[in-house]
Design a protein around this ligand. Structure first.
Ligand code: UDX
Length: 443
């Protein structure tokens, strides 16, 4: 993008310590750096990115009190988050104060999962924006959570889960975040509302209706500038080593023949689900690349749950890795489908490569993302929790080898083109980025 280089202005970015949050923040940092800003990253030591990957940025680390090599499961990631919020307040305040002694900071850009950046920025009279790493639809749903409570949607009842939310299609009542997440959501809403602006990893053509709703609901400027990873795919951070045999193996497969299977960095499935997935994949007799990361099935090491003799049975058509170079995998010509947990990054990355999805949402915003994929954009098929191997095999074949999957592929290809166009000169995200840069320069 040809936006003029600006006089040096320093931005401080403060990502949350999770892969799905770190990735878009580092893409944003790279993007703003390429538009003339100097970048300082403050990060907790837990899950931190390797500074040597970003030689142009200045890094500061916060001592967070989390033991090294802690791997969270979804049910304890909020516990870790609350420890991080408690332990990082003081070091963050000090760190920012030290930076301010020697540099002028134009703006702090923080992840709103941190619950103290509003008060700390205020105490230094520092402008602050937030990056929301999920969809804009979640911005709206979280904002209206109190309204939904008054409407009686909570506590969520199984019997109402299929009831359409007429005020916010295509969502259904069962897609709403369960009560255990509400405290965190209240923090996110508070930290967002008090900020001077909201940067979003989405684009107008994808979430037109939700972006309009968000603009109505919030009285701060909103900048949908995504998909962020498309500006700088090479600068994606990775908290685990990416297994490059994923690509050499894909090179041996036919075009659009492989189902890529990955449930992101946090989601965990039960041992039974793991077994059914393993046999569903094997019995489909279609090629697959499966990311089995440590902790995918609660308490397990990477592959110790694979059925005996499994690797021999699937030899040649099944490849299993602990962590994959996902962007390269999704853009590989051999990949024809993505079985995903519908984390927002994975969902966007799949759309950007024109890959239709099988959706197995596990927690957080994933039910809402999956609803968009299946009922909104119609580019994927929902996998039910606790699906058995025969059903899994049937649905895999539907996506990979039948007409329904072909139609989804064609629709997601159209979205892929829109995702690409919005970044070009005059496109929606291009213009939004220009506005964001002017806004940052106005501080
Ligand atoms: C979390 C939440 O689960 C998600 O719902 C929320 O929107 C963001 O935070 P995560 O579960 O890790 O993130 O999923 P996702 O958002 O999809 O992010 C995973 C990232 O890891 C993606 O950018 C993906 O490219 C990368 N990845 C995943 C790899 O690089 N290799 C892999 O093997 C798997």
């Amino acid at each position: 993008m040809e936006v003029k280089k600006q006089n040096e202005r320093r931005l401080v970015l403060f990502p949350a310590a999770y892969q799905g949050h770190m990735t878009p923040m580092m893409h944003l940092a790279t993007l703003l750096h390429s538009n003339g800003f100097s970048i300082t990253i403050i990060q907790a030591r837990y899950n931190s990115v390797n500074p040597t990957t970003y030689p142009h940025f200045t890094f500061h680390f916060l001592d967070d009190g989390i033991p090294e090599n802690t791997v969270p499961a979804p049910n304890d990631y909020t516990d870790i988050l609350s420890v991080l919020n408690t332990n990082c307040l003081e070091p963050f305040t000090e760190c920012l104060g030290e930076i301010l002694k020697t540099s002028c900071i134009s703006c702090l850009i923080a992840d709103p999962m941190w619950d103290f950046t509003a008060s700390v920025a205020d105490s230094y009279k520092l402008p602050r924006m937030v990056l929301r790493t999920g969809s804009v639809s979640t911005v709206v749903v979280y904002e209206y959570l109190q309204v939904f409570k008054h409407k009686g949607y909570f506590p969520l009842q199984e019997s109402r889960s299929d009831e359409p939310m007429l005020e916010f299609p295509p969502f259904k009542v069962g897609d709403l975040p369960p009560e255990v997440q509400h405290e965190l959501i209240e923090t996110i809403v508070k930290e967002t509302k008090n900020s001077q602006g909201l940067i979003c990893n989405t684009f107008e053509e994808l979430e037109l209706y939700s972006i309009a709703k968000a603009r109505k609901a919030l009285s701060i400027p909103i900048f949908p500038i995504g998909p962020l990873h498309k500006y700088s795919p090479a600068s994606a951070p990775s908290i685990w080593t990416q297994d490059q045999t994923s690509i050499s193996w894909l090179n041996t497969q036919a075009p659009k023949s492989v189902l890529y299977v990955s449930f992101g960095s946090l989601a965990a499935i039960s041992e039974d689900e793991f077994q059914e997935i393993a046999w569903g994949l094997a019995n489909s007799r279609l090629p697959f690349l499966w990311v089995v990361r440590p902790g995918l099935s609660e308490g397990s090491k990477a592959t110790d749950l694979l059925p005996e003799g499994y690797l021999d049975i699937v030899q040649g058509r099944g490849h299993i890795v602990k962590w994959a170079p996902q962007l390269d995998v999704l853009s590989h010509p051999a990949v024809g489908g993505f079985w995903t947990h519908c984390g927002w990054n994975s969902t966007l990355e799949s759309i950007c490569e024109g890959v239709p999805m099988l959706c197995l949402p596990c927690f957080a915003d994933q039910d809402m993302n999956a609803r968009h994929v299946t009922d909104g954009w119609k580019i994927g098929i929902r996998m039910g929790k606790g699906m058995k191997r025969d059903e899994i095999e049937r649905v895999i074949r539907k996506l990979m080898a039948e007409k329904e999957g072909e139609e989804m592929r064609s629709r997601v290809t159209t979205l892929k083109e829109k995702a690409s166009l919005c970044l070009t000169k005059g496109g929606s995200s291009y213009k939004s980025l220009e506005s964001l840069i002017s806004y940052l320069l106005s501080f």
